[in-house]
Design a protein around this ligand. Structure first.
Ligand SMILES: [Ca+2]
Length: 477
């Protein structure tokens, strides 16, 4: 009897042990990670951000069931350097990737370890769908930078439609490629990027995967599907592109749900920089893409992870796209002690209240002749050959009142912090054109002077003035 009981007890214990192993395996497999990046999306131009002009039910759902960051930033206000920061988790000024559109043979420093590589090391299958924009050379190609699969374009923008006489001409870096081979496609590019993502999820259900879903929408050329504009009752192509992107995010979410993967998938959503163009809205922020006001680099920013991230809440401390690397790699079980130190941090313990303090006391931006920094709610902008602007975002989020003359001691204090940050950064590896440089100087000056966005007509006037005074030299034949 005694023996029988002991055997029963041992059997019971073994059973418990086995079931707990099964349970922990079942309950805690490595989470899938998807970064959804919009391109040039206006701060207000989503349903959950308050837009009345466009419908984005699927992004809104991520916001409702995940966490919304109200002070979430990217590390640059233009495409390429912003993506360099996102992919490396490090301020891109550490490796000279400051200017936009790296001219051949430049690209993101090959000594940098990208997030795809870090996820591969944790046993993930990795893929990038859509826009790359981190260099056109083979050594910069996504499949040489940590992605098992790439379907998209090397360059920064292209038509949403296939045209073999233009973007899709042989050898064009705007052409769509699948693992190095140029491919044809039918229909709208946003739909194709969505379809590729769905296909990848379907074929990787059994293993952890990491997807960098890098839409070209709503970046120009503004070519929406007519049906998408109709669906939201508009003739505005920019809004149609946003709706089409959301519809494809819906396809991705539905695929995850159908395969019971949604619960164990981390989804990030953000834009690579602020809005620009004829009809964007960055309300209530000042400035736009390309400039150092909040509308350039504060972006819609969401983190969804069921049961790990508080649902339907907002987090108001500063976070930055650099944190996505650290947070995702930590969630995948990787170490954050990297040979090249990360600037981003794992934000999960902060947002869950497990860790006191804030992820970042300060954030910094620099592109060529313009720089900015945040120290809590203080914002400093520095423009070479002009000077400084100082804003208190606590009561002036639109950056309307420059306090630099009223508070010179604050300017000195923040300038010292900015210069300290610059000490271990390197010189930019390439510049942008003189026209863009002139526009940056004039725009910042005017915006600081009048305390509001001088608008598209002002930018056009500045551009015209520049072209008048700098007639293009005729190309030698
Ligand atoms: Ca962009």
């Amino acid at each position: 009897m005694k023996l029988k009981t002991s055997i029963q007890l041992i059997a019971l214990l073994c059973g418990l042990l086995i079931s707990s192993v099964v349970y922990s395996k079942k309950k805690n497999p490595k989470p899938n990670v998807i970064i959804i990046l919009a391109d040039d999306l206006g701060y207000e131009d989503l349903g959950y951000q308050g837009s009345k002009r466009v419908k984005t039910p699927f992004i809104d759902r991520l916001a409702e069931q995940g966490m919304r960051f109200t002070d979430g930033h990217v590390s640059a206000s233009v495409c390429s350097p912003s993506r360099a920061g996102l992919m490396t988790g490090r301020y891109q000024q550490r490796f000279g990737h400051e200017g936009n559109c790296p001219p051949d043979p430049h690209g993101t420093d090959v000594n940098e370890k990208m997030i795809g590589q870090a996820m591969q090391e944790q046993g993930y299958k990795t893929a990038c769908f859509g826009k790359w924009h981190l260099g056109n050379m083979e050594e910069h190609y996504p499949t040489n930078r940590g992605f098992d699969e790439f379907w998209g374009l090397r360059e920064g923008s292209r038509s949403y439609w296939y045209n073999e006489n233009k973007n899709d001409s042989p050898g064009s870096h705007k052409g769509i490629e699948h693992n190095g081979k140029q491919v044809k496609f039918d229909g709208h590019l946003t739909d194709k990027i969505g379809d590729q993502t769905v296909r990848f999820i379907e074929s990787n259900k059994k293993n952890p995967f990491f997807i960098y879903l890098s839409f070209t929408a709503p970046h120009g050329p503004l070519e929406s599907k007519p049906e998408d504009m109709e669906a939201i009752g508009t003739d505005d192509n920019y809004l149609g592109l946003i709706y089409g992107m959301d519809r494809n995010i819906g396809k991705v979410i539905n695929t995850l749900e159908k395969n019971k993967l949604l619960e164990n998938t981390i989804i990030w959503f953000l834009s690579d920089n602020g809005g620009i163009g004829p009809t964007y809205s960055n309300y209530p922020l000042g400035g736009l893409k390309g400039f150092k006001f909040e509308g350039g680099h504060r972006v819609p920013f969401i983190l969804y992870w069921k049961d790990h991230v508080p649902a339907g809440q907002t987090y108001d401390e500063m976070v930055i796209s650099l944190d996505i690397y650290a947070t995702s790699v930590a969630a995948a079980g990787g170490s954050l002690e990297q040979p090249l130190p990360l600037d981003g941090v794992n934000i999960l313990p902060y947002i869950n209240g497990e860790k006191a303090g804030v992820p970042h006391e300060q954030l910094y931006w620099r592109k060529l002749d313009c720089a900015a920094m945040r120290d809590g709610f203080w914002k400093l902008i520095r423009v070479d050959n002009y000077g400084f602007a100082l804003y208190n975002l606590e009561n002036d989020i639109a950056e309307t009142k420059d306090l630099s003359h009223a508070m010179p001691e604050k300017v000195v204090e923040l300038t010292h912090k900015l210069e300290k940050w610059e000490e271990d950064k390197v010189d930019p590896l390439w510049q942008e054109g003189d026209a863009v440089k002139y526009m940056r100087l004039m725009y910042h000056k005017e915006c600081i002077r009048i305390g509001k966005n001088p608008g598209n007509s002002y930018l056009k006037k500045v551009k015209d003035d520049f072209n008048k005074n700098n007639p293009k030299k005729k190309k030698k034949k």
